[in-house]
Structures are given as C-alpha cells and as structure tokens.
Design a protein around this ligand. Structure first.
Ligand code: PEP
Ligand code: MG
Length: 756
C-alpha cells in the first residue's frame, strides 16, 4: 500500500491543475481499493455546497454540476464530523440522500474520508461499492493517509489552476487571491519578479525569450559544459572507484545525451519561446515525475540523478546570465524563500513589495520589508512561484492577500485604499519633530532599528533619538568573504558619524538561525536551537575580536558607541565576552589608539535569560529585549514556519509577563531596559510597554511616527491601568481585542497592523 500511496502522491504533485490532480486520484484509488466508484467532492464554503469534482464510476457529465447542500447526505456528514464514515449498507443510514444526475445505482458499501487542511474540511474522498461491503481497516487508513497528503496538493493545484487559466488567456483577470500572513503593512499594485535561488531548479520561473535560436545555443553549451565536468570528474576518480561505480558516470552522461531530456527542452524553447532555464526545469521535472512514479525503488532513485544533472546544467546557464534581472518600476519580489540578499539586490527605488511562500511576519525578510517601508505577505504556501513572473499583482500587507492579474474592480478598490494610506501618511508626517511624550509628560525615547544603508532613511535619521539596534550581520551577508577590520570600520563609522552625538547601539554578529552567511555554510537540523549568535562568537573569537576592534576604532572621536551581545543564554557567556571586549580595548590602547570603553549591554531573547534577568542586570550597562526570538522560544514556534504562524504572537500573555519581569529586574538594579524586537514597533503594544516602564523602544523607521502618535495620545497613569487589565487575560486574542478597542476609542484604529 505504501508504494502505491507514494506513487499516487507523486503523480498528483506533478499534475498541472486541480482537475488533472483529481482525475489521477479517483482513478488510482478506485483501482487500489478494487471498488465500483471513487469520487471527490470539494466544499464550496461560499455557496454552501459539496460539489462533485471528479469521479471514476459515476457519470462523467455530472462532474462540476452535481452538488449536495452543505452538511446534507453522507458526504455532508463526513464533512460535518471531520472523520471517516464506513458503512456496509449506506441506504439504511438516516442521513442517506439519493442523488439524481450522477447515474447512481443502488450502492451499499460506502466509505467517506475528509480531506483536511489547516483544520478546514476541503472536501471528501468517497469510495462506493454495489454489494454490501464494510471497508477493511487498512483501506480506511489508506484513504485517510492519502487524503491528508492530498490536501496540500489540492490547495496547490487550485492555486496553480487559477494561474494557468490566467496565463492561457481564457480568464484574463481574477478576483481571487492567495492567502498568506500579513507581514508588513501597506498595499501596492506592481509587477512580479521571481527571485529564485541559484541552482534551485523548482524555483526557476517561466520567462519568454525573444531569441529562441540563441537560447538553444546557450542551452546546448551548458549541456556540453556539464558533460565536460563529468568526464573530468571521472578521470579524477579513476583510481578511487571500482569499475561498476565508474559506470555511474556513463549512466549520467547517457542521460545527458539522451534525446528525451535535451530535445524536450529544446522543443519548449523553440515552440513555446521559453527561456533556457525554464525549459530545462520543465523537461527535468517531467522526467523526474516519470521515474518517481515507478514502483521499483532502484528506478525511483534515478529521479534524484536527473534532478542533480538538471541543477548542474542550471548552474552553467546561470554563470552565463550576463546582464542580470530587469527590475520594473514597481517590483514585487516573489519567491519560494526570498532571502535578505535577494531583497537587497533590487534597486532601492524599484522595490515595491515582497511575497514569499515561506516565512512569517517575524522573518528577517519581513523585518527588512517593514524597515524599508514596503508591504509584504509571507507564508503563501500554495504560491505557484514559477508562474507569476511578469504578472500584474497586488500585495495587501494588511490582510495577507496576494492577487495575480487582478480584475479592474479589485484594482479600483485597492487604488482607493492606497489613497487612504497616503492620507494617513500625511497625518503622521505632522508629528515629525514633536517629542514622544505622554499627555502627563513622560518622555519615552524612540530609537531606530537598522542594518542597511537604505534603512537609514531621512525619516529614521531625523526622527529617531538614536540607533537602538544596528544589525551588523547585513553588511556581512552581502559579501563573499568575512569583511576585514578596515572594511568594517568604514561601515560602522558611517553609522556613528550620522547619529553622533545620539547613541548608536551596535550588535555583534548574530548569524545562524535564519541568517546564514553564504561563505560560512553549515547545516543543522534545528538551526534556531543551534549554533547562532554569541555561540559562534565564542567559538570563533577571531571573528568577534575583529568586529569589536573595528567598532572601537570606528568610534574614535565619537562617544556614542554602545555594544550589544545577542542570544545570551548563560551568565558565563557575558563574562567571557566582556573579557574579550576588554582584551580588544587593551590591545588597541597598546597600539596607541585613544578609545573610550563603550557601554556594554545584552539582549534578552532566550527564556533562560528572563529568569536570570536580575543577575544580568547587575553585570551590564543596559538590557535590550529581543521580543522576536523571545516569542519564538517562549511559545516554541519557529518564527519562519507558516504552518504555525497562527501561534506566533508577541502579545501572548506569557510574552508580556516575561517582558514585564525583565523590566522590573532592570528597574530594581538600575539597569535601563529597552525593547528592540518587533513588539516595540507595534502600536497595540505601546500603551502596555509604557505601563511596564520600559526605558526605550527601538523599531523600523516605518513605525516611529505610528508609535509616537500612541504615546502622545495617552497618559502613563492610564497605561499602567491598561497593563494591569491586559495581564489578567489568558489568550493573545483577548489582548488584541482589548488593545484594538483602546486605540479605536482614541481614534487611532488606522495605525494598527492587522493580523498579528
Ligand atoms: C529579536 O530577536 O527580537 C531581535 C531584535 O533580533 P533579530 O530579529 O535580529 O533576531
Ligand atoms: Mg534575535
């Protein structure tokens, strides 16, 4: 059964649209279970019905026409209960509903299993038998397992199908949208540009070529280059490999010279004007699906050889790509997993929005999008990335919606929203230059989170009272080797100079987790619990010392540098890192540099550090709470995983309690506590943080005026009352509701970033 299951899922994943996927399912299941009928009903929640979408056994004309009213009949019962129903005599069941139009006979055996995705019953997979038959346990589990695996494929095919229709011109516009996580507020209408990883075959987009002959030439050159590589490799390995192992190379070379793989790609270039990488992707994936669906495990393995060869060819094609991507005026960057570097590659004045299949509002790409001030939607799991290149799209960063080739009516609605946004922007602009003071004159300094030159916008520079978090890893991520001391000095000095005499808190390198360096690769099965932040710094003091020396030297002549240590888990780490900083300081003094020892602070972003906040407060000059990681670790929710994004909420009462605890510890020991995670820039949280008595908030430039507006609208006394009330709640949702109401009463509902 497992092999059959694997084969069906592979075939379904390779289907180009929903109806093809469903056809495959009903045919294969009917055969595998040896029964008379297999059908799939999908739930139409708007029309409140279960629509017959595919059948093998009933009349084919009924497909797309016959529907059962929502929750009626046995199909409705499966949907309602969200569990399988297995009956040997269906007609005698009280919920049995005979259906006309399907050519239905008197079927006795009935087994229906729900197809569930994200707790929602998308449809029902049904098998029926003329004779009375109670399906065996392993048949029930077979259908259940299949249905669970199919749910994703069905949603994916639904999304792809929509876009296929758009591309084929049969349905030029669409009112539908794909739903993801709202990750950076704002709305924008623009053109999609697909960002794909080099040599990531699946992510290569479709792109039209104007010169097929040149594309074919390019393609054949890349194939020849891979053949050369393989010959060279075989020669190199000659003395190490056995004869039969060497035969592997012959097999690979044969696959590459095989007409099927190469000629299919060439015909896609010639006949469909595909560019070479797109044609390669399609041809390779078609071949993979043939091998993948084979029952013989040895032959199935060949699929991975083809994929590997495909990647090698792609790498050669990419080396050849000379003049890079053409970014339209309002570029919406779309990808499976958009990286910070890809985002930075788009010219600053062209980037208008970001959309990614993976990630959530707390991923670094989303943080960057907020910093730059462009809308973003993350976690669009069903996004058929390869099909959106060049399409007109809308990104709704408030509701997490992504529209491809939207209808005129949708565009008009969004144009209206964009005008409203601009109005809010003008109102916020009026707050520029005003102090961030409560109505009872409590001053709460607002700092800037930055890391990119482009984030140091005019707004951030003029409005912020300093830099609360300079993420130094971004300058490290855009290079191909570790930057040396002199190179780092230039970057840091620019920041210190721009803000002098206002303080600038520079965080030491916080790589690992979701911030990899291309030239320092390592793989971990659980990177967020692995080697990251100061753990790497302690294991590689040479990297840490170079950075600290660069920071100290950059600060000569200024007195505004402060150093921040990320991901602290133990007191010992603080002691060791402080010693290293002192060492760098002493060495520089010996070398004749006149430096001032900066204040040193630590980030509290690991639960262990929350419970040792008092000890930490005694040791350091300041504390900065990294609420992004703290939320992830407290709630055990990977901040980049869209499947659990619903659970990630920095207004969760447990997070608020933890932040409150740290602020109290800081107050007790005279150690200032700031917040530099996304919580600091969320207007819903501002009154609560004020009530706790935090000493500063550090956020993206785009949030500065919004948060200032809230601060200027409330008294601190009121904030303390609100905090007391909020801490009595048990659910994040209750805190959201309460704070939404508070901002609504103040007339500030327009400020709220929905969805989180
Ligand atoms: C945080 O974790 O809250 C934080 C500010 O650090 P980063 O988002 O860079 O991990
Ligand atoms: Mg962090």
């Amino acid at each position: 059964m497992l092999t059959t299951l694997h084969r069906i899922v592979q075939e379904v994943n390779g289907a180009s649209d929903l109806s093809e996927a469903l056809e495959i399912i009903v045919k294969s299941v009917r055969e595998a279970v040896a029964t008379d009928v297999c059908s799939v009903y999908l739930t139409d929640f708007e029309q409140r019905k279960h629509l017959l979408m595919a059948t093998d056994g009933l009349r084919p004309e009924a497909v797309g026409k016959v529907a059962l009213p929502m929750f009626r009949g046995l199909v409705g019962l499966v949907c309602e209960r969200a569990e399988p129903i297995n009956l040997d005599d269906a007609p005698s069941h009280s919920r049995y509903l005979p259906v006309s139009g399907t050519g239905e006979k008197y079927y006795h055996g009935f087994l229906g299993v729900p197809i569930i995705q994200n707790r929602k019953v998308l449809g029902v997979l049904v098998v029926r038998h003329i004779e009375p038959r109670r399906f065996e346990d392993d048949e029930v589990t077979f259908l259940l397992t299949l249905a669970a695996q199919l749910a994703g494929a069905i949603t994916h095919a639904q999304a792809s199908g929509e876009l296929t229709r758009i591309r084929s011109g049969t349905d030029a516009v669409s009112e539908g949208f794909l739903q993801g996580r709202p990750s950076s507020s704002g709305v924008v209408i623009g053109s999609a540009v697909v960002a794909y990883q080099l040599s990531d075959l699946d992510a290569v987009p479709d792109r039209r070529s104007d010169d097929p002959a040149a594309e074919v030439l390019r393609f054949r050159k890349a194939i020849a280059a891979v053949q050369d590589d393989l010959h060279a490799l075989r020669e190199k390995m000659e003395h190490v490999l056995q004869e039969e192992d060497r035969a592997l190379f012959d097999a690979w070379l044969m696959m590459l010279s095989e007409d099927a793989l190469v000629e299919r790609a060439v015909s896609l270039i010639n006949e469909e004007s595909q560019w070479a990488p797109g044609a390669l992707r399609q041809s390779v994936l078609e071949h993979i699906s043939v091998f993948d669906s084979m029952e013989d495990p040895y032959l199935r393995e060949r699929a991975s050889d083809i994929r590997d060869l495909g990647r090698r060819v792609l790498m050669h094609l990419q080396e050849e790509q000379t003049n890079g991507v053409d970014y339209p005026e309002r570029t919406i960057l779309v990808g499976e997993e958009v990286s910070a570097v890809q985002l930075m590659e788009v010219p600053e004045d062209r980037l208008a929005g970001v959309v990614s299949s993976t990630g959530s509002g707390s991923s670094h790409v989303a943080i960057l999008a907020r910093a730059i001030g462009v809308p973003a939607v993350m976690g669009l799991t069903d996004l058929p990335v390869s099909r959106v290149e060049g399409q007109d799209v809308i990104v709704d960063g408030y509701r997490g919606r992504f529209y491809v080739a939207p209808a005129d009516s949708v565009c008009q609605e969004y144009e209206r929203l964009i005008t409203e946004e601009q109005q809010l922007g003008r109102e916020l602009d009026e707050l520029r230059g005003h102090t961030s003071e409560t109505t009872d004159s409590f001053h709460l300094p607002l700092y800037l989170n930055t890391g990119l030159a482009s984030e140091m916008s005019d707004l951030g520079i003029t409005e912020a009272e300093g830099i609360g978090l300079y993420r130094t890893e971004f300058p490290f991520m855009t290079r191909d080797t570790f930057p040396g001391e002199e190179t780092q000095i230039i970057a840091y000095r620019h920041v210190l100079e721009t803000f002098n005499p206002r303080p600038a808190i520079m965080r030491t390198l916080d790589i690992g987790g979701d911030k990899p360096l291309p030239y320092f690769p390592f793989t971990e099965s659980n990177p967020f619990l692995g080697w990251r932040g100061v753990r790497i710094s302690l294991d590689h003091p040479e990297i840490f010392l170079t950075q600290v020396r660069a920071m100290l030297r950059a600060s000569i002549g200024y007195e505004n540098l402060r150093i921040l240590l990320p991901m602290i888990t133990t007191i010992g780490e603080i002691d060791e890192l402080q010693q290293l900083i002192s060492r760098a300081y002493d060495e520089l003094q010996e070398e004749g540099y006149e430096i001032i020892m900066p204040e040193i602070g630590v980030m509290i972003e690991v639960p262990a550090a929350v419970y040792q906040a008092e000890e930490i407060a005694k040791r350091v000059d300041f504390i900065s709470i990294g609420s992004n990681d703290l939320t992830q670790y407290l709630l055990a929710v990977d901040r980049n995983n869209p499947r659990v994004a619903e659970l990630y909420d920095d207004l969760h009462p447990a997070v608020l309690q933890a932040v409150h605890h740290v602020v109290k510890a800081g107050t007790d020991y005279g150690c200032p506590v700031g917040i530099c995670g996304e919580l600091a820039g969320n207007p819903l949280a501002t009154p609560l943080l004020l009530g706790m008595g935090v000493d500063s908030l550090s956020m993206s430039a785009g949030s500065l005026l919004r948060v200032k507006w809230v601060i200027r609208s409330l008294s601190r006394a009121r904030c303390k009352q609100l905090l007391k009330k909020a801490l009595q709640h048990h659910e994040a949702q209750q805190v959201h509701q309460m704070m939404n109401k508070v901002l609504g009463e103040l007339g500030l509902e327009g400020l709220v970033r929905p969805g989180r």
